[in-house]
Each structure stands twice: as C-alpha cells, then as structure tokens.
Design a protein around this ligand. Structure first.
Ligand code: KIV
Length: 275
C-alpha cells in the first residue's frame, strides 16, 4: 500500500522567522481554482477584502461583509495545501472594540480553516491586535495606504510624502509589531519610508506599492494577470494578459455558435448505435 503524500502548510512562525531572509512571496486569492494554481508558487495567500472591488465590482472595499470573507476564505483553504492562508477582516467587523474583533476573527478561523487574519490600522488598532494575538489568533497588520479608510484619506493615494505622514506610518508599524502582529503589510508608501520601517521592526514587512525594501511582496493576482481591466496602478507589473485571452476565446466561441460550428458531433451524446 502506498503512503499518501502529506503536504505541510507553511506555518505562521515560519513566516515570522523569514524576517531578513529570502523574500516572502504573497498573492491574493479569492477562489478555489485560483488558489490551486497559485499554491505551489507562494508562501502566503491573502483572501483580501479587495475581492469587493475585483470580484463584486464595488468602487471600494467598504461594502464587503464577514459572510463574504468567510465564503471566499473557506474556498481558498480548500484549494490550497502548502501556503499559509490569511483572511482580511472586513470594514465594520473589528473597529468597534477588541471583543467585536475577537468574535469576527474567531468566526473566520473556525469557519474557514485559515492560518490567521489581517486587519487595517496602526497605533489605534494595537490594543485589538494584542487582544487577538494573546488569545491565539495570528494577526497580520496593514499600515500606510489603508483602503478601508479611503473616505477619510480622500482617495486611494500613496502616502509617506510628508514628514508627518512618514512619522505616522513608522509609529503605526512599530505599534502593530509591538502588539504581537506576526507581519505587517505596508501599502502605497514611499520607498525610503518602507525601507526604514523594514529596518526597524522585528517582524517581516510585506510591501504592495512600497518598494523592494520590504521583506516580502504581495500583489492582487488579477492585476498581475491582466484580468482587472485597462487601468493598473504604477506599482503593478503585468506578467500576463489573460484579459485579452478571455476576450479572444469568447469572440471565437460566439462566432462558432452563430455559425453553428459548435457544438460539433464530438461534443454531443449520441444514441449507442451511432457511436
Ligand atoms: O485586500 C487586499 O487584497 C489587500 C492587499 C492589497 C494587501 O489588503
């Protein structure tokens, strides 16, 4: 009898230990098939609340609900065996109090099988991160550009341009790390600021639009695959143009159906005698 191969998932302590070592490779995933494709290549899959914009077509991440995050989180866990899976806590599910955050995070952990959660916020969220981390929930912080605060920030814009902004982001990252976060995402932040934070905090930094100065990188997968429409932010590198491939495939299918070229006999169920 052959012994089944058991793949061990990358654990959170292993992610935390990668500070200053080989860069952490992270991507977003929202579905089982995409998680299956990405899993062999990445250390961490993030079920980001960016799914509200990418999958559901909302203009911001604010309408995303806990139920949506749990459904997509469970789908990504089912589609992966190797990468650590982290699920975003959505807007309104954790900001009120550490107790509210605990209930949301515990539900995510129990119902998805994820390795941990991510939440946005710096000094203001440090008590919440401490509350969760001390009770066994691995938390990834998220500072710099924080999409859930898009309304108060006045839009999705890079930050850290002034001394005040740079100081605030550095203080946020330090507070999040001190509170027990196992890693911190730095989004849309000027290179020198992200580099200085990476040098000063004891946990890995994961950059998105925050330069190669971070300990790891993350992108929204649909951005790098060319599936997110014609506009891509400056920090995105397109590794494929799957949008064009989908367009071409749909055009050929439509032409075949209209010309009655599809389905052909090889796609039809025929009576036994005719086979
Ligand atoms: O929601 C998301 O996908 C994220 C990444 C962009 C870091 O938070």
């Amino acid at each position: 009898m052959s012994t089944p191969t058991v793949t061990k998932r990358i654990g959170i302590p292993e992610i935390a230990r990668r500070k200053g070592e080989a860069p952490l490779v992270c991507l977003t995933a929202y579905t089982t098939p995409m998680a299956r494709l990405l899993d062999p290549h990445v250390d961490l899959l993030l079920v980001g609340d960016s799914l509200g914009m990418v999958v559901y077509g909302f203009p911001t991440t604010l309408p995303v609900t806990l139920a949506m995050m749990i459904a997509h989180g469970a789908a990504v866990v089912r589609g992966s065996a190797r990468a650590a899976v982290i699920v975003d806590l959505p807007f309104g599910s954790y900001q009120e109090s550490p107790e509210q955050a605990w209930r949301a995070a515990a539900q995510v952990m129990a119902e998805t099988g994820a390795s941990g959660v991510k939440l946005e916020g710096g000094e203001d969220m440090a008590p919440t991160i401490r509350f969760l981390a001390r009770r066994g929930i691995p938390v990834c912080g998220h500072v710099g550009l924080m999409p859930q605060a898009v309304q108060s920030a006045g839009g999705f814009r890079a930050t850290g341009r002034t001394e005040t902004e740079a100081g605030r982001i550095a203080a946020d990252a330090a507070a999040v790390a001190e509170a027990g976060a196992f890693a911190v995402v730095i989004e849309g932040t000027l290179e020198p600021v992200a580099r200085a934070i990476t040098a000063s905090v004891p946990v890995p930094t994961i950059g998105i639009g925050a330069s190669a100065g971070c300990d790891g990188q993350i992108l929204v997968t649909e951005d790098l695959l060319g599936l997110a429409g014609p506009f891509a932010p400056r920090f995105v590198k397109r590794y494929a143009d799957l949008g064009a491939a989908v367009d071409e495939a749909a055009r050929e299918y439509a032409a075949d159906v209209r010309a009655r070229r599809f389905p052909g006999p090889e796609h039809c169920y025929l009576p036994k005698a005719a086979e």
